[in-house]
Design a protein around this ligand. Structure first.
Ligand SMILES: C[S@@+](CC[C@H](N)C(=O)[O-])C[C@H]1O[C@@H](n2cnc3c(N)ncnc32)[C@H](O)[C@@H]1O
Length: 236
């Protein structure tokens, strides 16, 4: 059994498998890295996983220090090795925490504030919509004025007819790489609810924008989208 968000039964295969499962994974992450602001000094990453977004952001923001949190010890082990390999261990503070508990201000989950940017990819969709709202509020409170929040996540189709189209976009991506999507999906492990996260709890882009506005994000935008994968967020 794996935690929601670990995705694949074998953590060591995450980096290869995620690129086969999701179209334009690298491009999606690079949209966040580009929009995070190269002058950022203090960045918080939620659900850092194996650190692929962390690396892109560190390359884009030479003066940045990152607080990267993830609840999975297996993922933390992988990112730790990767950061050491790239010589980034001094720039990243790794914390094994549940970002739902952080949003709820539970004791032992303080990681400070005053961030220039908060970023996340493929993690927040594991929270209920109520918890997404609480998390966005906590993010807004943890950002400097004008601080940025960018999140990449799969989105709920706006109407049922789009589901088929979104599925076709995934099938086409796998075919273009000479892969059978079912074989890639067979590598997905079985997860059960862990802490605040459960299997996919997708919301539409509209719902995300409502939650962001309620949390105090005055300017919101979608900076990248490919069918039901989106990168969105805004400025506090
Ligand atoms: C699909 S992975 C994405 C990792 C990385 N951001 C990327 O794009 O490659 C999602 C990550 O979020 C973490 N995660 C999911 N729910 C979490 C929670 N409530 N608190 C902390 N980490 C969580 C999982 O352990 C996993 O490492």
């Amino acid at each position: 059994m794996i935690c929601p968000g670990e995705v694949f039964a074998d953590t060591k295969e995450f980096d290869t498998n995620i690129r086969q499962l999701l179209p334009y994974y690298d491009e999606m992450l690079s949209a966040i890295a580009l929009c995070v602001g190269s002058d950022s000094k203090r960045i918080l990453e939620l659900g850092c996983g194996t650190g692929e977004l962390t690396l892109q952001v560190l390359q884009q923001c030479p003066n940045a220090e990152v607080v990267a949190i993830d609840y999975s010890p297996r993922m933390i082990n992988v990112i730790q090795e990767k950061l050491e390999f790239h010589g980034y261990q001094e720039k990243v503070q790794l914390r094994q925490l549940d970002f739902g508990a952080w949003a709820n201000e539970q004791t032992g989950h303080d990681i400070g504030g005053n961030f220039d940017a908060v970023i996340s990819s493929l993690a927040i969709h594991h929270l209920s919509d109520e918890m997404k709202g609480k998390l966005f509020q906590k993010i807004a409170r943890s950002l400097k004025p004008n601080g940025r929040f960018w999140n990449a996540d799969p989105l709920l189709p706006e109407f049922p007819e789009l589901s088929d189209i979104y599925e076709q976009s995934r099938q086409r991506w796998a075919q273009q790489q000479g892969l059978d999507l079912d074989q890639v999906r067979n590598k997905i492990g079985q997860s059960e609810t862990y802490g605040y996260s459960s299997h996919d709890q997708l919301a539409t882009l509209d719902t995300h924008f409502q939650l962001l506005q309620q949390a105090g994000f005055s300017k919101t935008a979608v900076i990248w989208k490919y069918y039901n994968l989106g990168v969105f967020g805004g400025l506090r």
